[in-house]
Design a protein around this ligand. Structure first.
Ligand SMILES: *[C@@H]1O[C@H](CO)[C@@H](O)[C@H](O)[C@H]1NC(C)=O
Ligand SMILES: *[C@@H]1O[C@H](CO)[C@@H](O)[C@H](O)[C@H]1NC(C)=O
Ligand SMILES: *[C@@H]1O[C@H](CO)[C@@H](O)[C@H](O)[C@H]1NC(C)=O
Ligand SMILES: *[C@@H]1O[C@H](CO)[C@@H](O)[C@H](O)[C@H]1NC(C)=O
Ligand SMILES: *[C@@H]1O[C@H](CO)[C@@H](O)[C@H](O)[C@H]1NC(C)=O
Length: 547
């Protein structure tokens, strides 16, 4: 028999005290990254071999812009993140004494420096010169946040030498896509505040900028509202709710990290929880026992909003109104997915409504609901995002609607490949956000992040001009099988694969080399207190979880 240990080689020798990999029998494919390699890879990244030493007791991050709370607090956060241990030794290398952060545009009178927006500028330039000076320049505070994160990743602790080092490096960086999101679902399971914040931290480390919050669904309504305080009676438990205070806390935590929070109130399907509090909102389906009874597996007795009555639009308008005032982002997500027609088809009231309004197909009932709802939300001054379903059904939405593409053949063999949907939807001229190939709640053994890494959102049939309608993508963690015990380690660092795909140049595709950088990123996250799961065999250089 092949004796494994006869073929063991230490790969780590060249990169002391960095991550240690043991080659067993087969050499590891790809090129291991030197310590201090950034994730996601910057657009223009020019590291040199010149090492500078950084002394934790004699290093500062300075900025004129600290009157702006985003810059001020980011500098405080990064000062802590940079030095997880105290140095123990001195080297003869040139010292880097400070990083100067220059931001062109910020409100110098405002302590509250605003919210990130759709298509905010995130560009930055970072120069770490070999004479020991370092400067980070950006137009906006958002660019400064991205640059500080990169700087923090270039710095590393050399365990053997007992010092911190950074290579002289020149970087120019900007995102390939402006919308880089993570979807969390707090309805299938409640996700504790601590986990939501940890996730926002992890997102900022990978330069994600949208938290798509799938707040409510059939299973529960944990979202506390002033307009209808009894809605949280449809939460799992009175403690498993997000109070107004909690919501503000999450929005603020995200803002300080340059992350938008887009709330989703999914209708007209996925509404059984709200139906518990407002039973008249739901359409009675006609099952085996007549009105309001189920016919399995086609429908429950009541499951979708009733599109025929003004009452539905009036109640929902109150909910949308408060939601758009609570969440500062200009966008709200209105769901609109999975409207299964069989319930509506079973209903004589719907048939009557169709006849009265000269509608021939049930899709026109859906269109009626979509139109009225989008108009109502537009009147509130908000912009919206919806899932692709109404568009697939031939419904026309307002031209500025953002459409999320979630369908793919691996989710259901009756669906088509995501590329086919993309080709179809861009022809209608809507802006697109791709999430279909990035349902990270689907798990499997091994390095499954590679599958996510190898997806390119522009890889489908369409003209280049049509492809420019893709503004980004989203990694989704649907909540059926995750709660506070599993969410973070299931999502991270796998979501990092999506982060690099959406941020870095389209030419960054070498997955075998990327794995070493992603593994370093994983160790970095562990060092920062995020319980991210391992993706390779190895050792995090003394920073392993609960070592
Ligand atoms: C930093 O410099 C060292 C040599 O001093 C080199 O081995 C290493 O590859 C450099 N790091 C990067 C990221 O290029
Ligand atoms: C570094 O040393 C200072 C002063 O002794 C101490 O307060 C601090 O907690 C130490 N930091 C770490 C990460 O060990
Ligand atoms: C919840 O409150 C609304 C408005 O105050 C009311 O119309 C509704 O009937 C209440 N629901 C329950 C289940 O009490
Ligand atoms: C329902 O709302 C529509 C549109 O706002 C309005 O034209 C109509 O009169 C309303 N119907 C009733 C019965 O109130
Ligand atoms: C939204 O709510 C605010 C505050 O309650 C109210 O003043 C405003 O009229 C509402 N807007 C609409 C369009 O109903």
């Amino acid at each position: 028999m092949w004796t494994l240990w006869g073929f063991v080689a230490l790969l780590a020798a060249a990169v002391q005290s960095h991550i240690t990999y043991i080659e067993v029998r087969l050499p590891l494919e790809g090129t291991p990254s030197p310590p201090g390699s950034p994730w996601p890879l910057p657009q223009v990244y020019r590291p040199s071999d010149k090492l500078l030493e950084v002394d934790p007791n004699n290093f500062d991050i300075r900025s004129e812009a600290i009157c702006c709370d985003i810059v001020d607090q980011a500098i405080k956060r990064y000062k802590k993140l940079l030095f997880p241990v105290n140095k123990t030794a001195e080297s003869s290398k040139t010292k880097l004494k400070a990083l100067d952060v220059e931001v062109e545009e910020y409100e110098d009178k405002a302590e509250h420096c605003g919210y990130p927006h759709h298509k905010s500028d995130e560009k930055y330039k970072l120069e770490i010169k070999d004479d020991g000076a370092a400067i980070l320049k950006s137009k906006t505070v958002w660019g400064a946040l991205r640059g500080l994160e990169t700087f923090s990743q270039l710095l590393y602790h050399d365990e053997k030498a007992g010092s911190f080092f950074i290579n002289a490096t020149s970087i120019e960086d900007w995102p390939r896509f402006s919308f880089r999101g993570i979807l969390l679902d707090t309805a299938r399971h409640f996700q504790p505040m601590k986990v939501l914040k940890q996730n926002l931290d992890a997102m900022s480390y990978s330069k994600f900028n949208v938290f798509h919050w799938h707040l409510v669904d059939d299973q529960s309504w944990p979202y506390e509202m002033e307009v209808f305080p009894n809605l949280t009676d449809a939460a799992y438990h009175p403690k498993q709710i997000y109070t107004q205070e909690n919501l503000r806390e999450i929005i603020e935590y995200a803002r300080l990290r340059g992350i938008r929070v887009i709330p989703e109130i999914d209708t007209p399907g996925h509404t059984q929880a709200i139906g518990k509090i407002f039973p008249k909102l739901l359409t009675p389906c006609y099952g085996e026992g007549g009105k309001g009874t189920s016919r399995h597996p086609d429908f429950a007795g009541f499951e979708m909003l009733n599109p025929m009555q003004n009452y539905t639009y009036d109640v929902m308008k109150e909910i949308f109104n408060e939601t758009t005032r609570t969440f500062p982002d200009e966008y709200i997500h209105l769901g609109m997915d999975e409207v299964y027609y069989k319930c509506w088809e079973s209903s004589p009231e719907i048939a009557e409504f169709m006849a009265k309004n000269e509608m021939k197909k049930v899709a026109e009932v859906e269109q009626h609901y979509v139109r009225r709802t989008l108009d109502s939300v537009k009147n509130l001054g908000a912009k919206y995002m919806i899932w692709q379903d109404p568009i697939d059904n031939g419904v026309k939405a307002a031209p500025d609607t953002l459409v999320g593409v979630w369908k793919d053949v691996y989710l259901d063999s009756k669906l088509l490949p995501w590329q086919t949907y993309m080709s179809r939807i861009v022809k209608h001229g809507y802006q697109l956000v791709l999430s279909a190939p990035w349902y990270l709640n689907y798990i499997s053994y091994g390095e499954d992040w590679k599958k996510y890494y190898n997806i390119d959102p522009r890889d489908f049939e369409a003209t280049d001009e049509d492809k420019d309608l893709i503004i980004g993508g989203e990694a989704c963690m649907w909540g059926e099988y995750v709660d506070g015990t599993t969410l973070i380690s299931r999502l991270w660092p796998r979501a990092g694969a999506v982060a690099e795909r959406l941020w870095s140049s389209a030419s960054v595709v070498d997955v075998e080399s990327a794995k070493f950088r992603l593994d370093e990123m994983r160790c970095r996250m562990v060092r920062r207190g995020i319980p991210a799961a391992p993706i390779l065999n190895g050792y995090c250089g003394g920073y392993d979880w609960d070592l």
